[in-house]
Ligand binder design. Structure first.
Ligand SMILES: *[C@@H]1O[C@H](CO)[C@@H](O)[C@H](O)[C@H]1NC(C)=O
Ligand SMILES: *[C@@H]1O[C@H](CO)[C@@H](O)[C@H](O)[C@H]1NC(C)=O
Length: 461
């Protein structure tokens, strides 16, 4: 970690929590004049939808495929609502890149100057002096697992197919990462980079929204069966009813999707643990509770398992707490009956609270050794302090909506294998061979895999 901050989060397996990139929530999105409200009803802007691949275990991350540039080149990017800056491995040449050179992004004299609005918007703790306004904008981002990326900001076109049928080529700002480090015990996801979907100005959804392409709303739906799911930027997939909404914390302004305090319930009963703030972070594979909440959950789970067929096992190192049974387990459904639903109740009172349910299948994994492990981890142990994170494991089977227009976050149980109907002919089951036959963000036919900038000199950014 190059730029440790006071609340630096230490040692964090395969998790990306936003740390250094500290742009404030955009003021513009809070501006809701009467005219804008009216326009919202007429749905200005469209949405872009991406199929998502990945799983919590064994992969530990979810990614989308995204085209960048002209001619377009396809990149697999880890979807991260816990950070703002999108970056891709950069052929500059690159230090610490995992992708071969021809799968890296080749800059083409398209770096942004340090005087650019989004460069100052990066708000790095050690802000680099911008002596000559023409100097290239260097960025440095560190993640909670101590992985980091250093690079330069560039701007290039992102060919996108919108749900309304239009194709657009907005120019978006992202990082060309030419120096990636990963000193932690866990390797970083082997993707070409990160898709930053946080609350700051430089996040892809903020940029698309300020260009008037989509609303600043992010939706993800991760399926329980490891088949992936979908990600959408824009508000078209947001159901008009049935969503449970809770406010994002505004004071102090947070760069994360951080909620107000919640009460922890176990099997719908109070645990005595209250006042817990959560960050919704798709870049985190697992869910992290602070020591108090973790202790409460562990004690209650263990109490329920007394005299049951499941026994503690220390042989399985997949996660800190695992159990085995005699036969070996294939699916969470084999053991669901031994575990209770954990709930987080936001917004205070019993009557008006907003409940986020975490059923056993959203906090347990079955390992390759056939054991069951607790996918809620001790955040205090890895230095998260009072950060509590809801990660991918607990997002399965629900649609999660990050609404930056109204500063709230919502969820609703969903079949994430299935794309909800936007237009009549857009929905339907996803067969494995032909997922999202139409209406998705990735424009297949534009991907040629060629790179017109090959004749540029090495290291020229
Ligand atoms: C689709 O939405 C985009 C972005 O809001 C807009 O520019 C375009 O005109 C729309 N296309 C159609 C066919 O409505
Ligand atoms: C969680 O981590 C903290 C800090 O390391 C530790 O003191 C505590 O005992 C842990 N809780 C459990 C239940 O292991």
């Amino acid at each position: 970690m190059m730029n440790p901050k006071s609340q630096t989060i230490n040692l964090f397996p395969a998790v990306f929590v936003f740390l250094l990139l500290c742009a404030q929530p955009s003021q513009a999105t809070k501006d809701s004049s009467k005219g804008q409200v009216k326009l919202q009803n007429h749905r200005v802007g469209s949405s872009v939808i991406f199929p998502v691949s990945g799983n919590v275990y064994p992969l530990g991350y979810y990614y989308v495929l995204l085209n960048i540039g002209n001619p377009p080149k396809l990149f697999d990017l880890d979807i991260d609502t816990g950070s703002d800056l999108t970056w891709v491995q950069c052929d500059a040449p690159c230090n610490g890149c995992t992708k071969p050179r021809d799968s890296q992004y080749k800059p083409n004299h398209n770096t942004l100057p340090c005087s650019h609005l989004l460069c100052s918007g990066l708000d790095l703790p050690q802000s680099k002096p911008c002596d000559d306004p023409e100097d290239q904008c260097d960025y440095e981002i560190g993640y909670s697992d101590h992985a980091s990326s250093v690079g330069a900001l560039v701007s290039d076109e992102f060919p996108l197919r919108l749900e309304n049928g239009s194709t657009m080529h907005p120019h978006l700002t992202f990082g060309c990462g030419y120096d990636q480090q990963s000193p932690g015990p866990h390797p970083p996801p082997p993707t070409a980079g990160i898709l930053g979907l946080g609350r700051g100005k430089v996040s892809i959804s903020s940029q698309l929204s300020s260009l008037g392409v989509t609303k600043n709303v992010i939706v993800h739906c991760l399926s329980h069966n490891g088949k992936g799911g979908f990600l959408s930027i824009g508000d078209e997939l947001v159901p008009s009813s049935g969503v449970t909404w809770t406010s994002l914390s505004l004071k102090p302004p947070s760069k994360n999707y951080k909620t107000g305090p919640a009460e922890l319930l176990f099997d719908e009963k109070a645990t005595g643990v209250k006042g817990v703030n959560f960050v919704f972070d798709s870049g985190s594979s697992y869910t992290y509770f602070n020591a108090e909440a973790y202790r409460a959950v562990l004690d209650l789970v263990r109490k329920d398992l007394k005299g049951k067929a499941l026994k503690d096992t220390k042989e399985d190192k997949s996660l800190p707490v695992c159990w085995k049974d005699k036969k070996g387990l294939k699916s969470v459904h084999d053991v669901k009956k031994y575990f209770k639903t954990i709930s987080l109740r936001f917004g205070g009172s019993q009557k008006n609270g907003q409940v986020f349910q975490i059923p056993p299948e959203s906090y347990l994994i079955i390992t390759e050794k056939g054991n069951v492990c607790l996918g809620i981890l001790n955040g205090t142990e890895i230095g998260l302090e009072n950060y509590n994170i809801i990660g991918d494991i607990s997002f399965q089977g629900i649609m999660v909506i990050y609404d930056n227009e109204k500063q709230r976050i919502g969820w609703i149980p969903s079949d994430c294998d299935k794309l909800p109907n936007v237009d009549q002919d857009n929905g339907g089951d996803l067969s494995e061979e032909e997922a999202y036959p139409r209406g998705f963000g990735l424009i297949g036919e534009l991907f040629t895999g060629t790179d017109a900038s090959k004749n540029k000199k090495d290291g020229e950014l």
